[in-house]
Every structure is written in structure tokens, then in C-alpha cells.
Design a binder for this molecule. Structure first.
Ligand SMILES: CC(C)(COP(=O)([O-])OP(=O)([O-])OC[C@H]1O[C@@H](n2cnc3c(N)ncnc32)[C@H](O)[C@@H]1OP(=O)([O-])[O-])[C@@H](O)C(=O)NCCC(=O)NCCSC(=O)C[C@@](C)(O)CC(=O)[O-]
Length: 302
């Protein structure tokens, strides 16, 4: 089996990671987190979302964060936009990529974005069209591709259906997200294979939450299928406001350690990444939720 020799990581910590935090995180702290991530070598960072501040108050400072961000050449800054209102707000802040976000589960679509899967596609279509006309890249997040907090197990056919809808409206690449972290390696491979019915390997990424401790195993399973794009969250931050009990994405530190140990390049400096995780964890008043960060910090202390 030939594994990829290089992996691209999008750190989603500033958005997916922080969106569920109850305590307000000042825009300046978010900006510094993004700066530290790019300093550590992250070439793609999901910065914020343009959603209703009533639904996700933590992301209400989207303009302030994007406007204050010192951009680094070669780094792609992405933001979530669920509808045209979100897109029109986002475009003022010059994102490199916008992300429409749908779900393979009807119930999750309703809870998360207040509409059915079919309605979500109707909302996304003009967003995708406008972004592409403006030369902005378009990604589609597909939530609940393995399991849903409301519907239970999700069949791969539902993932293929959503991926097909995303493809039809012009979404350029998709994320196969295990939103509540219930996936195990073979199930995740089947979800990825479903997405591959509509998208090339280079356009499919893995987004694994670590609720049940399966995220690294699922990453390896995705690598075996040939996937080489992943999303993760520095310090294991996160959880989705509409997926109660789900924990954060796999920690970027843990992902990078595994990949480097397998001889797979990421372009990321693990020590600087650990420092970025300590920075945001100190602000939040807790330790990084990363085994690798804990081990390296103990080693530094010892
Ligand atoms: C999608 C909506 C807006 C629909 O919400 P809605 O209530 O159906 O929308 P609406 O068009 O009827 O508007 C209702 C109110 O929201 C406002 N509004 C409408 N759109 C916007 C906008 N873009 N930005 C700011 N405000 C907006 C609109 O102006 C109005 O304001 P009001 O008149 O009540 O003052 C709402 O359901 C929402 O904001 N949901 C939040 C969804 C969210 O951010 N979820 C977390 C991210 S997804 C995720 O984390 C999963 C992922 C991607 O990481 C992958 C994974 O792991 O699964």
C-alpha cells in the first residue's frame, strides 16, 4: 500500500475550535492564535464564520478578526458562509476560500442551519456562484458523514447523495466530517469512498472529531485510501454547538506527530505548534487537549 508522502493540514481551531467556547475570546487573541499557527507553518487556516451571532455568539467578531489579521504570503484563510447574507459580509474581508456547510443527516441540517438538505443546497448555490465569479475558492463541509447525534448511523449512500449535490452546484472540494467522532476506520473509509464517487482524491479531506478516541486511527484509514488533506484543531479545541457532547477535532499536534513519525511531510514545526496550543489553552484556563503537547511539555519541564 502506497501512502501519501505529503499531507496538507487546515487548522480549524480558530473557527471550529473556538465557536463553542462559552467565555468570550477577544478578537486580538484569535488574531494572535492565527499568527502563531501561520508562524508554525500552517498554510491553511479556517479563521471564522459569518453566521447568525444569535446562533453562534463567539463568531460575532468575524469582521474584526479578519480585518486585523496580518496576512502571510502562501497562507490560505478560509471562512464559513451558510447563505448569501454571510457571503456578502465575508467578501468584504477578502477570504481566500469560503466554506458552505451541509450535512448528510436531515435532522442535523435542521438543527445546525435551520433548513433541510435540499433547501441548504438552494441557499448555497448562489453563494458558490458568486464566490467562483469573484475568484474565491469554494469548499463544502459535509457533517455527520458517519453518525448523527439525532439520527444515529448514517449510510454511505447519504454521503454520496450530498457530495453529488455539492458537485452539481460547483463546490470545488469537500470535507468528510465525522462531527461527533463515532466513526471507526472501515466506516470512515466507506464515507470517503462515497465522496469519491463525485470528487477526485485531491479534492476530498478528512475532518475527524476525537470524541471516542478514534480520530488518528481514522486518519490512518483515510491515508490508506489515498486522502492527503486533513483538518484538525490546535490543542484539540472544539466541539459543535449543535452536536452536544461531541469533543474537538483531533489535535493538530497529535496529527503532525503521527505523520512525521511515518515520514509524511507537513511543513509544520511541531514545537512552534505546541507553543500556539499553549497560548490559546492558557487563555482558556486549561491544558492543551493533546497527548503529544502534554508529552512534549513534560519533556521540556523535565
Ligand atoms: C444559517 C443560519 C443563519 C440560518 O438561520 P435562519 O434563522 O434560518 O435564517 P434567516 O434567514 O431566517 O434569518 C434569521 C436571522 O438571522 C440573521 N442571519 C441570517 N443569516 C445570517 C448570516 N449569515 N450572518 C449573520 N446573520 C444572519 C438574519 O438577518 C435574521 O436576523 P434577525 O432579523 O432575527 O435579527 C443559522 O441557522 C445559523 O447561523 N446557524 C449557525 C450554524 C453554525 O455556525 N454552526 C456551526 C458550524 S458547522 C460545524 O461546526 C460543522 C463543521 C463544518 O465543522 C464540520 C463538522 O465537524 O461536522
Amino acid at each position: 500500500m502506497q501512502l501519501p508522502t505529503r499531507v496538507k493540514i487546515i487548522d480549524v481551531g480558530p473557527r471550529d475550535g473556538l465557536q463553542n467556547e462559552k467565555q468570550p475570546v477577544p478578537a486580538q487573541v484569535k488574531v494572535e492564535l492565527v499568527q502563531r499557527l501561520q508562524g508554525a507553518g500552517l498554510a491553511e487556516i479556517e479563521v471564522t464564520s459569518y453566521v447568525s451571532p444569535k446562533w453562534v455568539p463567539q463568531m460575532a467578531d468575524n469582521h474584526a478578526v479578519m480585518q486585523a489579521l496580518p496576512r502571510q504570503d502562501g497562507v490560505r484563510y478560509s471562512v464559513l458562509t451558510p447563505n448569501l447574507k454571510g457571503y456578502e459580509a465575508a467578501v468584504q474581508d477578502r477570504p481566500d476560500e469560503i466554506v458552505v456547510f451541509g450535512a448528510a443527516s436531515e435532522a442535523f441540517s435542521q438543527k445546525n442551519i435551520n433548513c433541510s438538505i435540499a433547501e441548504s443546497i438552494v441557499r448555497f448555490a448562489p453563494v458558490v456562484e458568486a464566490a467562483r465569479a469573484a475568484g474565491i475558492a469554494v469548499r463544502g463541509a459535509m457533517s455527520c458523514t458517519v453518525g448523527c447525534p439525532y439520527e444515529g448511523e448514517i449510510a454511505p449512500e447519504r454521503v454520496a447523495y450530498l457530495a453529488g449535490l455539492m458537485k452539481d452546484i460547483g463546490v470545488e472540494r469537500v470535507d468528510v466530517a465525522d462531527t461527533i467522532g463515532v466513526g471507526t476506520p472501515r466506516k470512515v473509509q466507506r464515507a470517503i469512498e462515497a465522496a469519491l464517487q463525485h470528487y477526485a482524491l485531491d479534492s476530498v479531506s478528512g475532518h475527524f472529531h476525537d470524541t471516542y478516541g478514534q480520530a488518528l486511527a481514522n486518519t490512518l484509514a483515510a491515508l490508506e485510501v489515498g486522502v492527503w488533506n486533513f483538518q484538525s484543531s490546535v490543542a484539540g479545541l472544539g466541539g459543535c454547538p449543535y452536536a452536544r457532547g461531541a469533543t474537538g477535532n483531533v489535535a493538530t499536534e497529535d496529527l503532525v506527530f503521527m505523520l512525521h513519525g511515518m515520514g509524511i511531510g507537513t511543513g509544520i514545526d511541531l514545537d512552534q505548534l505546541v507553543d500556539a496550543g499553549v497560548f490559546i489553552s492558557d487563555f482558556l484556563g486549561r491544558k492543551p487537549n493533546s497527548r503529544v503537547a502534554t508529552a512534549l511539555l513534560n519533556k521540556r519541564a523535565g
